[in-house]
Design a protein around this ligand. Structure first.
Ligand code: UDP
Ligand code: MG
Length: 313
């Protein structure tokens, strides 16, 4: 029988953690009774450097019920790295690992279907958000724009899939072979290319606490996602630069012509305008190259993604 490990990253989740733990325990019990998972299946909470009492709650959950395990990271390393820490720890204990956010906005009943798909041969099962009604309008719109941008940029991603998914031990061991530091898991995992399946995931609202994804964290994820998997932005800037060059040659011709015919001085405004325009374009271009160089820099340093302070096993 499969031993299931549910990995859940937690950052300042004291408000919702007990509620979520209850739901996850019920799922473990339920799936155990149905004979789908073994009795030593577990939930591994990863405390991602929370500033509140999240780790204390995890410790007391572990004391009450040994199916709850905990991983305390030494500092806040972000959602993606926290999931990675959890998966890499749980993979040695479990046959399959399901990752789910600690606020359980995903459909926990989909976990059973994920296990069925695993039994049918899938190494990776993606939870696909079929209804995002619970998400605020802006979040829904920005997510939609982001998925489309990714597609245009050639990032190989599963549409409307975030980080609610099942991975087999085999897939996790392959994931462990990627030494990269700029983690964008959903595209990295598609990159592995083992047999996969999808299940429907109906999103619900957060029961307590606020979203931990600030606007800046969301933007960082978007920029990271694209620059980690696509070099199209560099080409885009390159071609835009070529078009600008062509335009400037045209303007040069116009300037020489007006000088020769004696109709000069006009066009001060358009000059200032173009200085700003070209200046801005250059900055964007240099910044794009900078992002890639920054990535080379972090990869070269090859620092560990996380340090585990304590394990409750
Ligand atoms: N999270 C984390 N580290 C962070 C930020 C978030 O581990 O630096 C966790 C958080 O506790 C939650 C998950 O990532 O389990 C997703 O965050 P949240 O639910 O706030 O994002 P949203 O659902 O609003 O996109
Ligand atoms: Mg959430």
């Amino acid at each position: 029988m499969v031993r299931l490990g549910i990995v859940s990253p937690c950052y300042n989740e004291e408000g919702v953690l007990s509620i979520s733990a209850g739901k996850l325990a019920n799922i473990l019990t339920d799936l155990g009774e149905k004979g789908k998972i073994s009795s030593d299946s577990f939930v591994l909470f990863v405390n991602d450097g929370s500033k509140d009492s999240t780790w204390n709650i995890i410790k007391s959950l572990h004391n009450e019920d040994s199916r709850f395990k905990g991983l305390n990271l030494a500092r806040n390393v972000g959602h993606q790295n926290a999931i990675m820490a959890g998966m890499m720890t749980a993979k040695d204990w479990a046959d399959v690992v399901v990752t789910i956010d600690a606020d359980i906005q995903d459909d926990i009943y989909a976990i059973e279907k994920m296990i069925d798909e695993y039994e049918d041969g899938a190494d990776v099962v993606y939870g696909i958000k079929v209804s995002r009604k619970a998400d605020p309008f802006l979040k829904r719109m920005s997510a939609l724009a982001f998925y489309n941008l990714q597609k245009k940029m050639g990032v190989n991603c599963v549409y409307n899939h975030a980080d609610f998914r099942l991975m087999s031990n085999r897939a996790l061991n392959m994931l462990a072979e990627y030494p990269e530091k700029n983690l964008y898991l959903r595209a990295l995992i598609t990159n592995i290319g083992l047999p996969s399946a999808t299940v429907e995931d109906v999103i619900v609202e957060r029961e307590a606490g606020q979203s931990k994804y600030t606007l800046s964290k969301m933007l960082n994820l978007a920029v990271d996602g694209i620059t980690s998997f696509s070099i199209k932005p560099i080409y885009l800037i390159f071609y835009i630069g070529l078009i600008f060059l062509a335009i400037s040659i045209f303007i040069l011709g116009n300037v020489i012509y007006s000088k020769l015919t004696g109709s000069a001085i006009s066009g001060w405004a358009s000059q200032i305008l173009s200085i700003w325009f070209v200046g801005g374009a250059l900055m964007v271009g240099i910044a794009t190259v900078g992002i890639y160089i920054g990535k080379i820099y972090t990869e070269v340093k090859a620092r560990p993604l996380y340090h585990i302070q304590e394990i409750l096993k």
